[in-house]
Design a binder for this molecule. Structure first.
Ligand code: 3H9
Length: 706
């Protein structure tokens, strides 16, 4: 009894429907049943044409990624495609929603393709560190040309049905009902006697020259920094000029190579980590049974500063109604201006049209009193980082809103537990830690206290999904997950290296070459050294412990060298430029601060810079796990890859530690512990895992954190 593929006879049309929720991945049972359906149709003389469609929201998200760790069980997707291409009757694919990767490759092996006008078609394999391995690099160039195929595969971004029609990827668009349109298309084929039209028999009309390759690589330079998969893609597409069987053989070999690469393992790890982080772990002490969170349509943001305005934009972008409240009319007017300018810039960059911008601006409106927030589905408090002010706002919100509504604070430094004490319903209070700019950054830390209920967490997960952000739950603790690791590990070590003899540009360049989007000192200058100083003062107050590590950044703040906004910080920025130029005054300052601390400066090489910054990040990451602040090592990887610029193709700090091997990690941490002192003490979790020959991945799998 077929479970994933259904077969129906509609007169001369044999309708094959893939039904493999949630995303119609072409997994092994689907492949088996597709072959069955084709054979069944061929044996039935009244069936003259085969139509492949899918149920659910999308045609198919591609091959089943969970099968990538083992050899594909037969029939492989390639075998299914060969069976389709050699079918005696024409096979038509009708695409709705999304056709991605192996899903689109399946459609490309069909003889004809239709798409609903709202469909999107793409080859996202490169985002997983692999090349299309089911004929995508050979059939796509045959349908759209080698140049267009290269751009589509290197970008990984889906194209619209209209673009697909224009470039020859699909034959027809369906304006309304796809099934009706597809069935009449099939009947037309029968009527006109049009038979099979295998894509593999076509020839590629263009080739790739060096200039085109260079231009395509330049367009994707940012996304592909430090990556290697693109080289395999180019090699495979170049092979599409060969006879199909030779091209396919080359593609298969290159696809195997890409699948086995570290880059792919890391990117697949992040893919699944991001999906897992948006769920409660079984190890969470809250009741983790799934609850159906209420729909969110109307959001209130209290506080119209930069963060509040960015949050308002994020919700308006997601199609929600946003009310902004601030008791300072000047702040509201600045916020309105900020929102208008942000949308104007999106229009200028052709990201959205003017009418879309106008519609989003209309979704955001100001309200004068807290009384008006009573029917909001969610309220986010984003006023100044002043505990008394925040408590006052939360307590008023608590009285104004029905008890089951979620109230979130956007604090980045204060104790959420402490703030929640100001309310009568601490179970509906949690932190939603947005990152600047709130409307663009991908990460959302959800900060739970011991009192936060599972319903509140479910709603917060829903919020993250609505905003299309990666959600990670952090326990309420110093710096949550990301800033804790940044301050106690990564940035701390970067400053220490400056005192010991490195220059800001040496530290930044070494870490940028490692793969970080931007080095730590450039990040500080961009965000504002004063912002960092203020946040640390607030944070370290929370811990009642001194902050011994940021002497340079704090001194720069005192000197008014606040970063890019004042033209001077760790670097000099001439005439409003973003170009960071080294400044001898900063080197002198660092030398003086080092002398005050009796630190003898020396030459430090890039390898030591990277090793110390990354190992300290890993060591503190392990502490964050040990202390239960993060539930999974993979959650930490999501925080760092989506919010702090850690190279995604290295999988995040904890995955990277596993690839280095924890006994090596431990040995190097011990080395620095001996050399540099107590603050390098290895975290017991690393000692334990290393001595057991284990890994963070295994820790995740055995700690019951699924
Ligand atoms: C490929 O096709 C290779 C071929 O060239 C060669 C083959 C030989 N497989 O993201 P969501 C799961 S490579 C297995 O939360 P959304 C996902 O893990 C593939 N599972 O939903 C999650 O599971 P869980 C190329 C998959 O609505 C659940 O589905 N394709 C796959 O936010 C829901 O996912 C891609 O790279 C899969 N292919 O987004 C597309 N896809 O509930 C990858 C998803 O247990 N997928 N799952 O956590 C996506 O981009 C998004 O999932 C999609 C839906 C946009 C489709």
């Amino acid at each position: 009894m077929a479970r994933n593929v259904k077969f129906d006879e509609l007169g001369p049309v044999g309708l094959v429907s893939i039904d493999n929720p949630p995303v119609n991945a072409i997994s092994h049972p689907v492949r088996l049943e597709l072959i069955d359906a084709i054979e069944r149709a061929e044996k039935n003389s009244s069936i003259k044409v085969l139509l492949i469609m899918s149920s659910g929201e999308r045609f198919s998200a591609g091959a089943d990624i969970t099968e990538f760790d083992r050899p594909q069980d037969e029939p492989s997707l390639q075998q299914v495609q060969a069976r389709i291409e050699s079918s005696l009757i024409p096979v038509v694919a009708a695409i709705h929603g999304l056709a991605l990767g192996g899903g689109l490759e399946l459609a490309m092996a069909c003889h004809y393709r239709l798409a609903h006008k709202g469909a999107k078609l793409g080859m996202p394999e490169i985002t997983l560190g692999i090349i299309p391995g089911a004929g995508g690099t050979q059939r796509l160039p045959r349908l759209v040309g080698a140049r267009a195929a290269l751009n589509m595969i290197l970008s990984g971004t889906p194209i619209s049905a209209q673009e697909a029609k224009a470039n020859g990827l699909v034959d027809e668009l369906a304006e309304d009902n796809l099934r009706d349109a597809a069935v009449s298309f099939c009947e037309r084929l029968v009527h006109e006697g049009l038979g099979p039209r295998p894509t593999c028999n076509r020839t590629v009309i263009d080739g790739l020259d060096e200039a085109e390759i260079a231009s395509a690589l330049r367009t994707q330079a940012r996304a592909l920094k430090g990556r290697t998969t693109q080289n395999l893609v180019i090699e495979a597409i170049q092979a599409s000029g060969l006879p199909f069987s030779q091209g396919i053989a080359i593609e298969t070999a290159l696809a195997q190579k890409s699948l086995a690469s570290r880059e792919s393992l890391a990117l697949r790890h992040v893919f699944f980590a991001e999906r897992k982080s948006g769920r409660l772990s079984a190890a969470s002490s809250v009741d983790a049974k799934p609850t159906q969170p209420p729909a969110i349509q109307r959001v209130v943001v209290i506080g119209a500063g930069t963060m509040g305005s960015g949050i308002a934009i994020a919700f308006a972008d997601a199609g929600l109604e946003v009310l902004v409240n601030d008791n300072d009319p000047a702040a509201l007017s600045r916020s309105g201006e900020f929102i208008r300018l942000t949308y104007a810039s999106s229009v200028r960059r052709s990201r959205i049209t003017q009418s879309v911008a106008d519609e989003r601006i209309r979704r955001i409106r100001n309200v004068d009193t807290l009384a008006e927030v009573a029917d909001a589905d969610l309220v986010i408090e984003a006023v100044f980082e002043d505990p008394e002010l925040k408590k006052d706002v939360l307590s008023k919100l608590d009285s104004a809103l029905p008890a089951q509504r979620l109230i979130a604070t956007n604090t980045s430094t204060l104790s959420v537990t402490e703030l929640a004490r100001a309310t009568a319903h601490p179970e509906r209070i949690l932190g939603l830690h947005f990152f600047v700019p709130a409307h663009a950054s991908k990460l959302l830390e959800i900060v739970r206290t011991d009192h936060t209920s599972s319903e509140s967490l479910s709603t917060a997960f829903r919020v993250a999904r609505v905003l299309k952000k990666s959600a990670v739950v952090s326990r309420d603790a110093f710096g949550f997950i990301g800033n804790r690791m940044m301050l106690d590990g990564y940035f701390r070590e970067a400053e220490q290296l400056l005192l010991e003899g490195a220059t800001p540009s040496q530290v930044d360049t070494a870490l940028e070459n490692f793969g970080f989007a931007m080095g730590p000192q450039r990040v500080s200058d961009l965000g504002g050294n004063d912002v960092g100083t203020k946040a640390r003062v607030q944070l370290f107050k929370r811990e009642s412990r001194p902050d011994p590590y940021f002497a340079i950044a704090d001194r720069l703040t005192e000197m008014g060298r606040l970063g890019q906004k004042t033209g001077r910080g760790f670097y000099c920025y001439e005439d409003g430029s973003h170009e960071a130029a080294s400044d001898p005054e900063v080197i002198e300052l660092i030398e003086k601060l080092a002398a005050d601390r009796s630190i003898r400066r020396r030459e430090i090489n890039d390898q030591e810079i990277v090793e110390r910054c990354i190992l300290s990040l890993i060591n503190v990451g392990a502490m964050v796990l040990e202390e239960g602040i993060a539930a999974r090592a993979s959650d930490i990887d999501v925080v760092w890859t989506s919010g702090y610029g850690f190279p995604r193709h290295l999988g995040g700090p904890m995955f990277y530690a596993d690839t280095l091997g924890l006994s090596h990690v431990l040995q190097r941490i011990r080395h620095y512990h001996e050399k540099l002192g107590h603050y390098w003490r290895p975290t017991p979790t690393i000692e334990r895992l290393a001595s057991a020959g284990s890994s963070f991945e295994r820790w995740d799998n055995t700690a019951g954190s699924q």
